[in-house]
Write a protein that binds this ligand. Structure first.
Ligand SMILES: [Zn+2]
Length: 641
């Protein structure tokens, strides 16, 4: 009986790897059964033209059915595997690792590139996926199915990425009294160049002037890019507008149409995601490059004897997601050649844990997003100031990325030049991301921080309010204030104490502003949202910017070396936007920013000013927030012990 089953499996695995291929049965390693084909690469070229996505699916499902899975189980296993690794890439090197009795365990693995395996384990109706080395997968499947052993170098990838805050954001925007369609479209992130096009699409179905005040527009945004939006035009009909690779299209849908179209948007990218690096394959040569200043991608790729036609194909494949022509100097770019010295693809980072990988599949370059799976570990770092924040945070091993983020979020509450003294203590709780081999790959979010100043204690907690993560103080008030206390890149400030070179003046009767000593060229931020009233040379102030925030508050920035691009009179600016750079223009003794806050036209001391919070949590949110605080304090106790 057992023997018959093995024969059956062999037959079906052949099917999976396209008929006439031969397979070797390898049972040397433990009791696992391996099926693989040593010369698949050559055989495949003749089949490439016939390949279709469904074939991969149907073949994989048949193989699993052949070894005892039900149809539903096989399909679920396929869905899980496809969410981790694209099957069309798997084809030329994958093989299965099966336990002796698949019926009992319902756990098996797919070795995708000789080095790494996807382990699929049935939990209820679904298959949960894990990634590990092929060796470990082999060991686990033959000896035990306990994947919870945390010492093992294994990572669970099921929806891991979605937990992180980079997914499609769904928001609502309401038509206010007197608001016209152009304003609303700009408000929801329609690019200016596409504005007329979108208005035309709307006019096909409804006169924009007849859209009622209070109408809700639902928007879907992917990292700042508008993917789609819809609004009701009658009781049961909706106007649905979506962005397809930079071009907008429209249609009228009913309620169930809304449901199916939005779920399509939410899952659109899922088939382009891989959780395993597509270029981890011994057949490929990976070359690391850093784009030189003034060098184009064409020039870089020509060094590898790659034809312009091929480069054009790559550009076109990547275009909907990334403009290769805009890649900045210094960016790391991996060029991957296959065994024939032909271009197999390119790979480069688009964020901390994501690489865009363009790879040749069936003679076409296709784009995938390699989202590196990671485990999150929480880390607590304490920094006691001895010389200055920058140096001391390095001494106490705070990762640089966390340091910069911390400075940014504390800039609302702290004057980085005057508040930080010898002995000031910082406590930071943050995330670190590790791959399945326990290598640190990136840092994550700051979850909590505490600053012990001489006369003040500042605490802030990360809290998710209606899908948006923000920092709140211990009373549930947003740390974001109308104006920033340090409107400059605080990480680059010269030491605040014991600094003899520049007088770092505080506010007094003679000096009606606050000075921040920093290197020439340090970016200066708009302290709050507002409109530029003045941006020109202004006597002793040198290069000067004044922003009007509301009817009462204005801020002033002086002695700049230059203004940022597009900064001039009547331009709108956002809080934290770079408006200029530190210099020593006008009457000044050395590079510094002179910063003034004007309240009803009179200079006031920004450091004694109690700024109103931008937002306060509601009663219900406070209940949730307090739960979060308890969780954090438990973590703090446990980490310390
Ligand atoms: Zn000054």
């Amino acid at each position: 009986m057992k023997r018959n089953k093995k024969q059956l499996v062999l037959l079906l695995i052949k099917l999976f790897f396209f008929h006439s291929l031969c397979f070797s049965l390898d049972s040397d390693k433990g009791n696992a059964i391996h099926y693989k084909n040593p010369n698949l690469g050559e055989e495949l070229s003749s089949y490439k033209k016939k390949v279709q996505q469904n074939l991969y699916k149907n073949s994989f499902v048949s193989v699993l059915k052949g070894i005892g899975f039900s149809e539903l189980e096989a399909i679920n296993a396929y869905i899980s595997l496809a969410s981790v690794y694209p099957l069309e890439i798997l084809k030329d090197r994958g093989y299965l690792i099966l336990p002796n009795n698949i019926d009992k365990k319902k756990i098996f693995a797919v070795n995708v590139n000789n080095n790494q395996s996807v382990i699929l384990k049935k939990e209820k109706d679904k298959f949960v996926t894990y990634i590990s080395s092929a060796e470990l997968a082999n060991e686990l499947i033959t000896s035990t199915n306990d994947l919870s052993i945390s010492k093992k170098n294994i990572i669970k990838v099921d929806n891991n990425y979605e937990d992180y805050n980079k997914k499609i954001v769904i928001e609502e925007s309401i038509f206010k009294q007197g608001e016209n369609i152009s304003q609303k479209l700009i408000d929801i992130n329609v690019e200016k160049s596409k504005l007329q096009n979108v208005i035309k699409l709307i006019k096909e179905f409804i006169d924009p002037k007849k859209i009622k005040t209070g109408t809700i527009v639902k928007t879907f945004t992917d990292q700042g890019n508008l993917k789609a939006f819809y609004m009701p035009i009658t009781k049961k009909k909706f106007l649905f507008i979506y962005n397809n690779k930079g071009f907008y299209n429209s249609k009228i849908v009913n309620f169930s149409g809304i449901k199916s179209n939005t779920s399509k948007i939410l899952h659109e990218n899922s088939n382009k995601i891989t959780r395993i690096n597509l270029f981890t394959n011994s057949n490929y040569q990976v070359f690391e490059n850093f784009l030189n200043k003034g060098e184009s991608i064409y020039e870089l790729l020509q060094k590898y004897d790659i034809k312009n036609a091929t480069i054009n194909n790559i550009f076109n494949a990547v275009k909907p997601y990334y403009d290769l022509g805009q890649m900045r100097a210094g960016k790391k770019l991996e060029v991957i050649l296959n065994y024939n010295q032909h271009l197999q693809g390119l790979s480069f980072k688009i964020d901390q844990v994501t690489k865009l990988q363009v790879i040749l599949v069936d003679d076409i370059y296709k784009v995938y997003f390699y989202k590196e799976p990671y485990k999150i570990k929480k880390k607590l770092t304490e920094i006691i100031i001895n010389s200055n924040f920058y140096n001391d945070s390095e001494i106490f091993n705070l990762p640089r990325s966390i340091f910069f983020e911390l400075v940014k979020i504390l800039s609302f509450s702290i004057d980085f030049q005057r508040d930080i003294k010898k002995g000031t203590t910082f406590l930071v709780l943050y995330e670190k991301f590790y791959d399945y081999e326990d290598n640190l790959i990136a840092t994550g979010r700051i979850l909590y921080s505490k600053v012990l100043l001489k006369s003040d204690l500042i605490e802030m907690y990360l809290f998710n309010k209606g899908g948006k993560e923000e920092y709140y103080d211990k009373d549930g008030k947003s740390i974001r204030k109308t104006l920033m206390k340090t409107p400059i890149d605080g990480a680059r400030l010269s030491s605040g104490f014991g600094n003899r070179r520049h007088p770092v003046l505080g506010y007094n009767k003679m000096h009606k502003g606050i000075d921040f000593a920093a290197k020439k060229g340090t970016p200066i931020y708009a302290a709050g949202d507002g409109i530029i009233e003045r941006a020109n040379f202004y006597g002793g102030y040198g290069r000067y910017i004044r922003i009007r925030h509301n009817s009462q508050y204005k801020t002033v920035y002086a002695h700049l070396s230059k203004f940022a691009k597009k900064i001039k009179k009547n331009v709108k600016v956002k809080q934290g936007q770079v408006i200029g750079y530190v210099g020593t223009s006008g009457r000044s003794t050395g590079p510094h920013l002179h910063y003034e806050v004007l309240f009803n036209q009179t200079q006031i001391n920004p450091n004694t000013l109690k700024m109103p919070e931008v937002e306060v949590l509601s009663k219900n949110e406070l209940v949730e927030f307090n739960k979060k605080k308890t969780i954090i304090s438990d973590i703090l106790i446990n980490i310390k012990n």
